[in-house]
Design a protein around this ligand. Structure first.
Ligand code: B12
Ligand code: SF4
Length: 518
């Protein structure tokens, strides 16, 4: 069948002014599986090309696909634009079947199918196996039989006789190497660049996470931690380097370091090939401390930027959000990374509780003591499928526009501070952190390459910093008195099925990792 994959035109300051546009890995993975099943697949990256919806519709009409599929990594904030896109496409091409997938639609399938007739199918969970089965059904079954056959496909939701029908959840893919990334769908490799280091890709060594941080839903989405054969991932990177001149790699893994032997095997396989690649990865501070002895290998393999989610500098809150780390471990990790000439980025979450000016001042002083290279401050965002949303059901939602649930806008109101005060505190924290003299002393003692990268980041994070101030001045938030409580907001905005409940995966104990893959 003729299938058009569309990366929706969701624009962010992070991509436009910050790190640059990245390959839409989720769609490439779905696309790879469909190509291997014999279908004719095309990718339209409307985000990267900066296309407006009418242009996308015209291009869609010209190519005349039988099926259109969309979804986005930033699945919550991209949801409103995905719906506008599918509505416009459905209006222009009534016969086209539309399929929507990703994390947000997985948890909000019922409301989406009830409220958006432009969506025919929602794929819940991992997409690869489900889309292959769905497309072969659409190809073979008569329209009268279609729904009956679709009932047999795990991981789907669709309308059936006026009701939304959910098929049973699909088991997680046992062997991730059974599927491949559809790299051939990329038309212009030069469009995807990162950190000023040339062509870039995103790839996964593993999926899932054995930890259970209360505000995060990624572990529930992937269900179990699984990994690809590290040798095969390294081979794929070698191919990307030699065939497409790829220079920079973002590891999309939630927790690539889960099993030390797998992680070390991957680093060795990459280092041995001497590919001259640079990597960005998110790694837990506790694992960096665990890996102290092999940090030179990290660098040899090309790890250049590591984001550590320290989340909070308060030990009490660390325990409350179940971070399974300590302030001492976080600081030690930042120090070890700097010693190993790897840029340390701190992921810091604002607004877990009702803060005061004094709390922000304390946080700033603690953050400075980590002496890391960069700070990524994010506003806590209560996704309905997380335990955190359950815990703060009584807090008020001052940002009802889902398009702004992107960690860069305040979603939950504060009792003691108004939104502009929280914003000011965050912007000042970011400014003081990045402008502190110790950081510039380190700059002058670094290599030319490190100095170049620091300047690149300084310029781009600076642009985003100013961009966010401009965006804040244009963004409306609700006064606390008019804001809805989170529990009500989720019921109203997302329908009864998706109101805040714990996902079954979150009830499982932490650290449920088997030593065998699959
Ligand atoms: C790499 C990454 C980035 C990169 C690149 C994003 C990109 N273009 O792909 C950068 C740094 C640019 C980035 C930016 C942002 N990101 Co980001 N990012 C990630 C990260 C680390 C990996 C995403 C990924 O590729 N996963 C692997 C792929 C294979 O998984 P997937 O996309 O979910 O796809 C699978 C299924 O969902 C499904 N599926 C997905 N799409 C579709 C479509 C169809 C039709 C079907 C059938 C199935 C399907 O099938 C796929 C294969 O199984 C995740 C954290 C994490 N570890 O997951 C955060 C994450 C996706 N990012 C997030 C956010 C919020 C953002 C930003 C909005 C932040 C900001 N304000 O700037 C921006 C959005 C900008 C943008 N243009 O993407 C959140 C999304 C939360 C949510 N559920 O809404 C995440 C989950 C982080 C988190 N911990 O919460 N991000
Ligand atoms: S370590 Fe915590 S925040 Fe990171 S992916 Fe795992 S559960 Fe989510």
């Amino acid at each position: 069948m003729k299938i058009l994959l569309i990366n929706p035109p969701y624009q962010t300051l992070t991509s436009n002014l910050g790190v640059g546009h990245q390959v839409p890995l989720g769609l490439l993975m779905v696309g790879g599986a469909l190509i291997d099943a014999g279908h004719e697949v095309k990718l339209l990256d409307a985000e990267c090309l900066g296309l407006e919806i009418p242009t996308i519709v015209n291009l869609g009409r010209t190519w005349a696909p039988e099926i259109v599929m969309t979804g986005h990594a930033g699945s919550t904030p991209a949801h409103p634009i995905c719906m506008k896109l599918l509505a416009a496409l459905k209006l222009a091409c009534r016969q086209v079947v539309t399929v929507y997938g990703g994390v947000y639609p997985t948890y909000h399938a019922e409301q989406i199918l009830r409220e958006h007739p432009c969506v025919d199918f929602v794929v819940r969970g991992e997409g690869e196996a489900t889309v292959v089965q769905l497309v072969s059904t659409l190809e073979e079954a008569t329209p009268q039989k279609r729904n009956d056959v679709c009932r047999e496909i795990g991981g789907l939701a669709f309308r059936d006789g006026g009701e939304v029908h959910f098929t049973p959840p699909r088991q997680p893919i046992a062997n991730l190497d059974d599927y491949r990334i559809g790299w051939e769908l990329i038309e212009d490799w030069d469009r995807y660049q990162c950190f000023g280091l040339g062509r870039a890709v995103i790839i996964q060594l593993s999926r899932g996470c054995p930890h259970r941080c209360t505000y995060c839903g990624q572990h529930g989405f992937w269900v179990r931690w699984r990994y690809r054969d590290p040798e095969r991932v390294a081979q794929e990177l070698q191919w990307l380097r030699h065939t497409h001149n790829v220079r920079f790699v973002t590891l999309a893994d939630e927790n690539p370091t889960t099993l030390p032997e797998v992680w070390e095997g991957f680093l060795r396989a990459v280092a041995r090939r001497n590919l001259g690649l640079h990597f960005f990865s998110t790694i837990r501070a506790t694992d960096i401390v665990r890996d102290e002895a092999i940090l030179p290998l990290y660098r040899e393999a090309g790890l250049l930027y590591i984001l550590m989610g320290v989340d909070t500098t308060e030990p009490r809150l660390q325990r409350k959000v179940r971070k399974n780390s300590t302030v001492a471990a976080d600081r030690r990790a930042a120090h070890l990374l700097r010693e190993s000439r790897i840029f340390a980025m701190l992921g810091h979450i604002v607004g877990f509780e009702d803060d005061t000016w004094r709390a922000y001042w304390r946080t700033l002083r603690s953050l400075l003591r980590y002496d890391a290279d960069f700070l990524n401050a994010m506003y806590v965002t209560p996704h309905s499928w997380t335990e955190f949303a359950h815990e703060c059901a009584d807090r008020c939602v001052i940002q009802p526009d889902l398009g702004k649930w992107d960690y860069r806008h305040q979603v939950l109101g504060q009792k003691h501070l108004r939104p502009w005060q929280v914003f000011l505190a965050v912007k000042l924290t970011e400014f003081v952190f990045h402008a502190r003299p110790a950081r510039w002393t380190a700059f002058f003692s670094g290599s030319r390459f490190q100095q170049r990268q620091l300047l690149w980041c300084f310029w781009h994070t600076g642009l985003v910093w100013f961009g966010e101030i401009a965006s804040f001045l244009r963004t409306r938030t609700l006064p606390l008195a008019q804001a809805t409580r989170l529990a009500r907001f989720h019921v109203h905005a997302h329908g009864a099925q998706s109101q805040i409940t714990r996902s079954p995966a979150q009830k499982r104990p932490a650290f449920a990792v088997s030593k065998t893959n699959g």
